[in-house]
Structures are given as C-alpha cells and as structure tokens.
Design a protein around this ligand. Sequence first.
Ligand SMILES: [Zn+2]
Length: 315
Amino acid sequence: MRKAIGIDIGGTYIKAGITDENGNILTKQQFPTMAEKGSRDIVLQQIETAIEFAMGELDEPPAGIGIGTPGVVDNEGVVFEAPNLPDWHNLPLKKIFSEKYNLPVVVENDVNSITWGEFLYGAGKGYNTIICITLGTGVGGGIVKDGKLIRGSRYSAVEIGHIPIEYKGPQCKCGNYGCVERFVGRDYIVERAVKAIKEGKKTFIYELAEGMTENITPKLISVAYKKGDRVATDIWIDVGVCLGALFSGLVNLLNPELIVIGGGISQNVEVMFETIEKTIKERAMRILAENVKVVQSSLGTDAGIISAGALLFQK
Ligand SMILES: [Zn+2]
C-alpha cells in the first residue's frame, strides 16, 4: 500500500508522521516549531528535521509529502501570509521541499487540509459535499463540494467565522458587524456564562471556576452541562441556534449532505448538535434541509498529520 509523509505545522509544534492510503497513521513524532526565535530559516530547518524523521522510518520512497500550514496558500504551494509564523510572506514551501527531496509535495491551508482528511477518511467518508467548521478562539472552515475543495479566486474562500448573521450586530475583529465568530468564538461563549453569573443566576459553572470568572472556559461550561446545569445547557442551546442559523444559509447555498464540527470546544455537547440540526430543519428550505446530518469530526488528535498525508491521495 502507498504511503505518504504528513507534516502538520502549528504555532507551537510541527507534527510529522507516515500515513497510508487508507488514512492509517503508522508512526508519528512532534518537533518544536521555534516560531518564537523569530527566524523563518529556523522554522524551515525544523520542518526539514520533521521530514528527515519520517524519511528515516520508511523502507521505500513515499507517494509524496503533504504539508498543512496556517495561512493563505496558493495552487503552487506558496504561502502568501501566515500571521503566527515569522516572516512567512510569499514563501514557496512546495518548491523548497520538492527540490530538496525530489518528491511530489502538496501544501494546503491547515483547515482546508483537515476538511480533505475528514472527507477522505473521517466523518465525511462516503459523502460528496460536506462543510467543515472548527470552533476555537477563531472559527475556521472548509468545504468540499462535489468531491473538490473550494478555494476561490485568491485561495482564501470559506472564512466561515466571518459570515455575518446579524447585520446590525456587534463589531468583529475583522471589522465587519455581527460575524458568527463574534457569537460562537471561544471568548464569546465564555462571555455568556460571565453575564449569567453577573445577573445573579445560580450555576455550577461558578463553583467549577472556583468563584473566579476568569477561570471559565468552554470546557468548564461543558462539564456543568453534563451535570445538568440549566445555565450551561442554555448557553450550548444558544450557540446551537446561532450555528444552526448560519448553516441554514449555507445549506440553502450549497445543498450539502453533511456538516462536520471540529475543535475541542464542543466535544460531546449533544444538546448543541441537536439544536443545530433542529434549527437547520426549521429555517432552511425543506427539500435541502431534509437529509442534512450534523456530526462531530472523527479523525481525533492526529487529524493534522493524517489529513496532510491525505493531500497526496484522492478518493
Ligand atoms: Zn468577522
């Protein structure tokens, strides 16, 4: 079976592994990114170390090297811009490593890469059109439509977190008003809990945070929800309605079969998933909404490596 090298570049670690055509991970290792050194060459050297590790574990040449990186990446594997990596402007990543190793190299934005991985091997396996969203401090996304990743004219399509859902809503850090990230980004989920506490509502979240609102995280709100806490449950329902409203629009636009939700924040918060599905069914056009499923991402903690390797393989 053919194998590929998967490289997942993050702000803190570069993860490397060998994957096979079925999306299995055969070996893996992580290396510090060393972005804090402020040197592009040091980070490139770390990527090379990660690739060397994987090469050393192979007994035959791989199908190629797949790289998932933050930032905007074009079809030629040039990273236009990656805000958290030093001096990553117009960096020809693909050229650098394909010349060095004389192997096919595919470079893709990390969220697009994960969308492709989920489509080939994860929750999206067997489907044709899927929307992926990752919930965290920011809200990212990717779309596979009719078996192809959507990139757009400047390779920046699917900034899903910055779709406005309330045109007179609060201003988002991107400058627009009422973006979905302004309601379901990590800090804004936490904000709901702080507000409830300030209003004097009784909630287990406050005890879990040991009486300090700055300790509140989405994870604590999930723990409180699991214990049946009303305030926590209402927060996740509200997040679900917000995402459901967003997806009702996207369902009308793209007619997907599946919506995949990733990022650690919403792990096992069933009420949020149920609310999203219910809201889509209430709000989207009936014929389009009927068969849409909303599920959690399924590639787990190695998603970045598996998905980077997946860039070398088609369905
Ligand atoms: Zn925005």
